[in-house]
Design a protein around this ligand. Structure first.
Ligand code: ATP
Length: 242
């Protein structure tokens, strides 16, 4: 896996002209494992969606991400009522390789089965996704990431609503990806987990607060600043003029 670097240059991303990510500059180093933390509404999901190319920046640049990225969206952002079998959802991970509406080669089907096995869903290939528990569904999305095999992996609250065993098993996968040299970025709220397992942290509250080694970022003054900025947000704030 050749390591991928993502660079952000004065990035601003807005919803309806209100900035959600504001003047963010820095880099996710090749092969780094970074937690993105901050209060609710701080712009964390917006940042990940922008990195994945799903949301256009208003200003500034994202460099190095195009064609390199696989995103695990927040569970709540997905419609599970869709009439699909688990294997079909995993096979979406091959889309970039096979193109849309192509016949999936036997090797692809085997990879999908292997990915389901790897996340503890062996035997689930034909199960409708609507019948899965929240934890099983999250495992399924991790299986799709395994198939995508991307140099950069973006995870939006990957361990939410999971029991301890499922969370530990999926965390082990995240560490494996890091060990393989992939660049991994995860939005997280559990700061104990971040301190224990994520060497780098980006703390944002729409504006960047701190970015670097986790111990230097998650200080009491930085966290207080993030909280105060969140409390001071004017929801009606207009477009960024700078
Ligand atoms: N589709 C949208 N339309 C309008 N505003 C949006 C949209 N999505 C997000 N926002 C706003 O952008 C800001 C940042 O939202 P975002 O979801 O990126 O925050 P977050 O840090 O991921 O929050 P949380 O921790 O609650 O998941 C919030 O004020 C939110 O209300």
């Amino acid at each position: 896996m050749s390591p991928a670097e993502i660079r952000l240059a004065d990035l601003t991303v807005s919803h309806q002209r209100r900035p959600a990510v504001h003047h963010l500059s820095g880099r996710f180093a090749p092969g780094s494992l970074t937690a993105v933390v901050g209060p609710n509404g701080a712009g964390k999901s917006t940042l990940l969606r922008a990195l994945a190319g799903l949301h256009r920046p208003d200003a500034g640049r994202i460099e190095g991400a195009a064609g390199q990225v696989a995103l695990l969206p927040q569970g709540t952002a997905l419609d599970r009522a869709f009439p699909l079998a688990c294997r079909d959802v995993v096979l979406f991970g091959l889309w970039a390789e096979t193109g849309a509406f192509r016949v999936i080669p036997r090797a692809g089907l085997d990879r999908a089965e292997a990915a389901l096995e790897a996340v503890g869903l062996g035997g689930f290939a034909r199960r409708p996704v609507g019948s899965l528990s929240a934890g099983q569904f999250q495992r399924l999305l991790f299986a799709r990431l395994l198939l995508q095999d991307a140099p950069v992996i973006l995870l939006d609250e990957p361990f939410n609503a999971l029991d301890a065993r499922t969370a530990a098993e999926l965390l082990a996968l995240v560490k494996r990806w890091h060990g393989e040299g992939r660049t991994v970025v995860a939005v997280l709220h559990d700061l104990d987990l971040v301190r224990r397992d994520f060497p780098e942290t980006l703390l944002i509250a729409r504006d960047p607060i701190a970015w670097g080694p986790t111990g230097e970022v998650l200080t009491a003054p930085n966290r207080l600043r993030a909280r105060m900025m969140a409390e001071a947000w004017a929801e009606q704030a207009e477009a960024c003029a700078a």
